[in-house]
Ligand binder design. Structure first.
Ligand code: 3PG
Length: 206
């Protein structure tokens, strides 16, 4: 089992996926791998999400699968049972932390304030998802944390694009960014896997 730090070190960009048809999941994961990305966050926002995680876990051992949008304890359990290697939450509740710990499922917990990050540090976390990254303060906010919270690594997501990702990745406390721009929902549904692989390649080189 990898730690969250090891997972965030797998590459500069973690694609955030919203998928409508689990049959698209393996070709999608293969396109991302082809482009050089080794992690994927499949959000639990569609009925196809858990089957998609199951399919990728079975077919693509080289990609590390996160379950995203884990907003309650039931989703954390479901993510684990489907074969996710880690969980990502947009915010954090004690129940989500507890179930992930009990299940041995590494959690990238969401936070959008200094106090939330301090509370997560007290709870034993040293990496957080900063969501919604642009709306909650942008790069200036995260840059301001480097001095007072040197022990926290941040994976920002929410509104990040190919054009703005380098600004985030230039920050010392940002090992990785997340975003849907690499594999937008419509491109997945339309089977545009060559375009996704090309964007993954650009993203992997950031
Ligand atoms: C997330 O869940 O992290 C965000 O929905 C991704 O945001 P984006 O679609 O703006 O990249």
């Amino acid at each position: 089992m990898s730690t969250i730090h090891e997972i965030l070190a797998l590459g500069p960009v973690m694609p955030v996926i919203v998928i409508d048809d689990s049959r698209q999941a393996v070709p999608l994961a293969e396109a991302l791998l082809h482009g050089g990305l080794k992690t994927i966050e499949i959000t639990l926002r569609t009925p196809a999400a858990l089957d998609s995680i199951r399919a990728v876990a079975a077919a693509c051992p080289d990609i590390t699968i996160g379950a995203g949008t884990v907003i309650n304890a039931d989703l954390a359990s479901a993510a684990r049972n489907a074969g996710a290697a880690f969980a990502v939450s947009p915010g954090t509740t004690p129940a989500v932390i507890e179930v992930c710990r009990m299940a041995g499922l590494p959690l990238l917990p969401g936070a959008s304030s200094v106090s939330e990050m301090m509370a997560l540090q007290e709870a034993g976390f040293d990496a957080v998802k900063f969501f919604p990254a642009n709306a909650a303060g942008g790069t200036g906010f995260i840059k301001s944390l480097i001095s007072p919270l040197p022990g926290i690594s941040v994976c920002p997501t929410g509104g990040i694009t190919a054009a703005t990702a380098p600004d985030w990745l230039a920050l010392a406390n940002v090992p990785c960014v997340g975003g849907s721009w690499v594999a937008p929902q419509a491109d997945i549904a339309g089977g545009e896997f060559d375009a996704i692989a090309a964007r993954a390649k650009t993203a992997a080189a950031l």
